[in-house]
Write a protein that binds this ligand. Structure first.
Ligand code: BES
Ligand code: MN
Ligand code: ZN
Length: 498
């Protein structure tokens, strides 16, 4: 699933064919194995480096085509700069850089061996492989012709040749599960809404059963029986019926309560009767990025057999403006019993989250809750595309999540919650209204969601509107959808619950 690249590990040896990647550092030194890729290679490297002004800096590449004294097609020298200063995330990015430099190669060997003779650790090798896989992800299922230039459509075989190949291969088994989870999330977000309605989304989640996830699909009747008036209000303007899907992974002790992940899954957000402007509305096919991240996370934890109890829930609806659509001013009763005055039908995500939060708390009594949602344009105004907004009612949980963000490069920035902001969603006619006025829109949205968290359960809300899709291309992602949240939350689970 992780793109068109197949990655394997082999014992350290000097390759002779295809495209070969070797490592160097800021001294331009090579390991013994790497120095043998061509006759007199250390001298060739020094000369070529001088011409190309290549200094072995971290994440820098030097490309040598048809190298003399070698039967290889191409040798690419990869800079580590000062290798000891590299964080795990730098190894991931390095894998991404390599993935971006495969060009039309079909057979690739990476000689993963340091010039300073310090072994490349298994987790570093696996991070590199993961970065490579993430970078090679492509959403091209609707392309009927291959691209004119660049990477070939057919699959590439990459062999990572390293001294610790057995341990690295074991670590890669885990990391490839997570890369596959991210690819699963990206596929869902990239898919156009005509192909992916609530029912089709739910059907795709059934595939998680093969990994041992218990998947329950609630249809419209079941949602009505559960009295999910807020979610159903959003859905009622669409001809496509809603779904809620609960995914359960039991990898921990039977008696332990789970951690819950909750995702906004608006398969398309027109705004409803409070309709959005036409320009850019196509991006709202990605308004299920939170739900996709929860799905990708469930894939990841199940495929790597996480030793924790985890439950995921997604609310899948389409926000459309037909004759049945809800109107501004309508008052709906949420599953929690709290009433909501819907003053803007485009503030729909919080209505969906409210009911699935209540549902999952009743059903699973989670110890912690993390929700993810492409919830507000305001968070993009505040943070742009490089941090997701984090709202959290417990400092230690916020610290754990932020640490997972730094570790994976899926960064979070904490935003405030405060009773003063909560006042802004008081309603004259109901218990609350679904908008808070012009300022602090991401915060009032978070305050709204907090009203559905019971008994001070540790809870975090991640507003991923700026990071789940449409973020700039990076070393590890070239597609519109990023899969943001899968690696972050997998790391959070590993560090905190396993
Ligand atoms: N799905 C949007 C938020 C969004 C905007 C996601 C841009 C990704 C990119 C959400 O449902 C929405 O429309 N929010 C409104 C809330 C407002 C009406 C209070 C917004 O942000 O404008
Ligand atoms: Mn909206
Ligand atoms: Zn939305």
């Amino acid at each position: 699933m992780a793109g068109s690249v197949h990655i394997g590990f082999a014992k350290l040896a000097t390759p002779t064919k295809g495209t070969i990647f070797v490592l160097t550092d800021k001294t331009l030194a090579l390991s013994e194995t790497a120095s043998k890729v061509a006759a007199d290679f250390p001298a060739t490297l020094k000369k070529a480096a001088g011409t190309a002004k290549f200094e072995g800096g971290v994440l820098k590449l030097l490309d040598l085509l048809a190298p003399a004294g070698s039967s290889a097609d191409r040798i690419v020298v990869v800079g580590l700069g000062e290798p000891d200063k590299m964080q795990l995330h730098d190894w991931l990015r390095l894998g991404g850089k390599i993935g971006g430099a495969l060009a039309s190669a079909e057979q690739v060997t990476i000689v993963l061996d340091r010039a300073d003779a310090i072994p490349v650790e298994a987790d570093q090798a696996a991070a590199l492989a993961q970065g490579l896989a993430l970078r090679c992800y492509r959403f091209d299922k609707y392309k009927t012709k291959p691209p004119e230039n660049g990477t070939p459509a057919k699959s590439v075989k990459v062999t990572i040749s390293t001294a610790g190949n057995v341990a690295a291969a074991r670590a890669w088994k885990t990391e490839s599960a997570v890369a596959d989870g991210a690819a699963f999330a990206r596929d869902l977000v990239n898919e156009p809404a005509n192909a992916l309605g609530p029912v089709e989304f739910a059907d795709r989640l059934l595939a998680l059963k093969d990994l041992g996830v218990v998947v329950e699909v609630l249809d419209e009747k079941a949602l009505t029986r559960s009295k999910m008036g807020a979610l159903l209000g959003v859905s009622q303007g669409s001809v496509r019926p809603p779904r809620v899907v609960v995914m359960t992974w039991k990898g921990g002790k039977a008696k332990d309560k789970p951690v819950a992940f909750v995702g906004k899954g608006v398969v398309f957000d027109t705004g409803g009767i409070s309709i959005k402007p036409a320009a850019g509305m196509e991006d709202m096919k990605g308004d299920m990025g939170g739900a996709a991240a929860v799905a990708g996370l469930m894939h990841a934890v199940a495929a790597r057999k996480a030793k924790a109890n985890i439950v995921g829930i997604v609310g899948l609806v389409e926000n459309m403006p037909d004759g049945h659509a809800q109107r501004p001013g309508d008052i709906v009763t949420s599953m929690s019993g709290q009433t909501i005055e819907v003053l803007n039908t485009d503030a729909e995500g919080r209505l969906v989250l409210a009911d699935i939060l209540t549902y999952i708390q009743k059903k699973a009594k989670p110890t912690h809750i993390v929700d993810l949602a492409t919830l507000t344009g305001a968070i993009i105004v505040a943070l742009g595309h490089h941090h997701a907004g984090m709202f959290c009612n417990k400092d230690d949980m916020a610290t754990d999540l932020a640490a997972a963000g730094t570790h994976t490069g899926e960064k979070l920035w904490r935003m405030p919650l405060d009773p003063e902001y909560d006042k802004l969603i008081e309603s004259k006619n109901a218990d609350m209204k679904n908008i808070g006025g012009r300022w602090g829109g991401a915060i009032t949205a978070a305050q709204f969601i907090q009203r559905f968290v019971e008994n001070e359960t540790p809870w975090a809300h991640l507003d991923v509107a700026g990071t789940a899709m449409g973020s700039p291309a990076s070393d590890t992602n070239q597609s519109w959808a990023s899969g943001f949240g899968v690696r972050l939350l997998d790391q959070y689970i590993r560090a905190r619950f396993e």
